[in-house]
Ligand binder design. Structure first.
Ligand code: ZN
Length: 133
């Protein structure tokens, strides 16, 4: 069902500064930035091999990213697995008794269809399923 780690989401205070870190220190390339209003985040993508680093900065104080940083500080926030069919994947999760944050897929950055599983069901890891065309 899951065929690769699509990206790793990292919560940061300042997108510009964090981009610099990954570009200057690790030599990654910035692939673009985007604001996702629905999720109250500004996102930067930095591909690395077959996967991507996704840096996330809150755009409002009530953004999930702002809340995450308030509770835990900056750092890895979620891991996203790529699936071919997100409806089927969610159905399978439901059948396996996994608690879902998103009962239905919603749109994430880059037009991907995404859904989060509840960390209480996944030993504390926020898992995103994502379907990209
Ligand atoms: Zn993500």
């Amino acid at each position: 069902m899951v065929n690769k780690v699509d990206h790793i989401g990292i919560a940061v205070n300042n997108l510009e500064e964090s981009i610099k870190l990954y570009v200057d220190i690790l030599g990654l390339e910035l692939h673009g930035t985007e604001t996702v209003e629905e999720q109250k985040v500004k996102v930067a993508f930095l591909p690395v091999g077959d996967t991507e680093i996704e840096l996330l900065e809150a755009t409002t104080p009530d953004s999930p990213i702002a809340k995450f940083i308030e509770a835990k500080g900056q750092g890895v926030q979620h891991i996203a697995f790529k699936v071919d069919n997100i409806e089927e994947a969610l159905e399978e999760m439901r059948a396996k008794g996994v608690r879902l944050i998103d009962e239905k897929p919603r749109y994430g950055a880059g037009g991907a269809r995404i859904a989060f599983l509840h960390p209480k069901s996944t030993n504390g890891v926020l898992i995103e399923l994502c379907e990209k065309k």
